[in-house]
Design a protein around this ligand. Structure first.
Ligand code: 5RP
Length: 237
């Protein structure tokens, strides 16, 4: 399964890079699918198929990768526009509402997505869901000194929160901004993503949550058909 998923991710990452034109300012997403897209962008810049690209990263992961590949970068504050942002997602519903933040990068990812002229999502077929949060928990970035208080406020909204713990480091995951992440389950999933996004962000101590509402312009899905990878441009419901 992991190998099939990798092939779907590779196919969709390549299809997204086909949308990049010379001279663009690009939002570079985070996660394993976005990393494949960034690698392909680096290869096309290297052999001259693409020129004069400037990247705006959404994470330390992207910064390190872009530096390794020689992709020129500017900070969000230094650009007048972002022509196109390409990013992965953890769940995509039929109306193109998303859960992101599996890599704890959703604060910068949402800033870049909001700024982009076009926001294109690249996912493998396992990410498509009928309703958000039935499978993947909703990430919420919180100030370290407020995680217990915010957990209580999330419970009042019907959410059961758990502090995301690190792997190969004692203690919690610490985000690129130095904050913590609560992963939240709402019984029965999320019925109204727009309303919940606003309610959670209204809790003092919350930096941002992983609901991306009305932001995605296009969803490209990598899938396996007859044993071969294929990319589908998902129609919005
Ligand atoms: C990181 C994200 C990622 O885009 C999301 O977790 C998908 O990652 P992957 O492509 O590795 O499945 O939102 O914060």
């Amino acid at each position: 399964m992991a190998e099939l998923q990798d092939r779907m991710k590779q196919a969709v990452a390549l299809a997204a890079v086909d949308q990049i034109n010379d001279g663009m300012v690009l939002g570079l997403g985070s996660g394993s699918t976005a990393a494949l897209m960034i690698r392909e962008l680096g290869a096309r810049l290297d052999d001259g198929r693409l020129r004069n690209i400037t990247g705006v990263t959404t994470s330390f992961q992207g910064e390190v990768l872009a530096a390794e590949l020689g992709i020129p970068l500017l900070a969000l504050n230094a650009v007048d526009r972002i022509d196109l942002a390409i990013d992965g997602a953890d769940e995509v519903d039929p109306a193109f509402q998303l859960i992101k933040g599996g890599g704890a990068c959703h604060v910068q990812e949402k800033l870049v997505a909001c700024r982009a002229e076009r926001f294109v999502i690249v996912v493998d077929a396992t990410k498509l869901v009928s309703r958000l949060n039935l499978g993947f928990l909703l990430p919420v970035e919180v100030l370290p000194g407020a995680w217990r208080q915010v957990s209580g406020q999330l419970a009042a909204l019907g959410g059961a929160a758990e502090l995301r713990m690190a792997v190969r480091k004692a203690g919690p995951v610490v985000t690129d901004q130095g904050n913590l992440v609560l992963d939240v389950r709402f019984e029965g999933g999320i019925a109204d993503p727009r309303d919940l996004e606003a309610r959670i962000n209204n809790i003092p101590g919350v930096l941002e949550n992983g609901l991306f509402v009305d932001l995605a312009d296009q969803v490209l899905v990598g899938e396996i058909v007859d044993g071969e990878p294929r990319v589908r441009d998902l129609p919005r419901a």
